[in-house]
Design a binder for this molecule. Structure first.
Ligand code: SAH
Length: 216
């Protein structure tokens, strides 16, 4: 690592390791991804803290340890096509771009999508397309997906996302049942989808047709 932020990134990787992240590819992605390019100027000095930070429009870039645990849960191998819902700053999109072949990322707020595209391009990321749309509908043009991750909490599992999963695919999303959020993983097996709970979660709401209503 030659840039001045390298030492901070190594420390963040160490923190994640201590928190139990074991997937070497995920740790390597965190070690290589310039998070400072994805946070607003004003928070740049905290870019490599293990904390969530505001990115404007009422949204946040999630805590790195949360994102790493999330990526670990997707059990990515490399040659996959992945759909991400909730681009936000684009940081998690950049981590994904290190881990798999193709990433499609959907964001409902146009300004955030523009900023994320600019940051991804500065970070030299090429295998990602950012789309402005309602992610609760998925993105049919490039379906099916080997993995889908949703970075915002939903009242239930949006049907189109399960439909657009490939056979054997995994969908990870925070469910907000009204009594706290739980991160859940859906696997699309030969006998139909099965669901398991990964642990507690804390995400902004997923707003859209199959999420929370946009005027709530
Ligand atoms: N992982 C992101 C943080 C995501 S915050 C990062 O690393 O920065 C969640 C994002 O989901 C917000 O940007 C919000 O605008 C977006 N979002 C909420 N509902 C959505 C929907 N239906 N479709 C697409 N994006 C949505």
């Amino acid at each position: 690592m030659t840039d001045t932020w390298g030492g901070y990134r190594s420390r963040l990787v160490e923190t994640l390791r201590q928190q139990g992240i074991r997937d070497l590819a995920v740790l390597r992605a965190v070690g290589e991804t310039p998070r400072h390019l994805f946070v607003p100027e004003a928070f740049r000095n905290r870019a490599y803290d293990d904390s969530a930070l505001p990115i404007g429009h009422g949204q946040t870039i999630s805590q790195p340890s949360t994102q790493a645990a999330y990526l670990e849960a997707l059990q990515l191998q490399g040659p996959e096509r992945v759909l991400e819902i909730g681009t936000g700053s684009g940081y998690q999109t950049a981590l994904l771009s290190f881990l798999v072949d193709t990433v499609v990322s959907i964001e409902r707020i146009g300004v955030l999508a523009d900023q994320a595209r600019a940051a991804l391009s500065r970070a030299g990321v090429k295998n990602v397309s950012v789309v402005v749309a309602d992610g609760t509908l998925g993105w049919r043009p490039q379906a099916p997906y080997d993995a889908i991750l949703v970075a915002a909490a939903s009242p239930d599992i949006p049907g189109p996302l399960v439909e657009q999963l490939a056979e054997g695919g995994r969908l990870v999303l925070p469910l907000d049942t009204g009594e706290g959020q739980q991160l859940v993983r859906v696997r699309k097996g030969p006998g139909g989808p099965t669901t398991d709970v990964i642990g507690p979660a804390n995400f902004v709401p997923l707003l859209g047709r199959h999420g929370f209503s946009e005027d709530e």
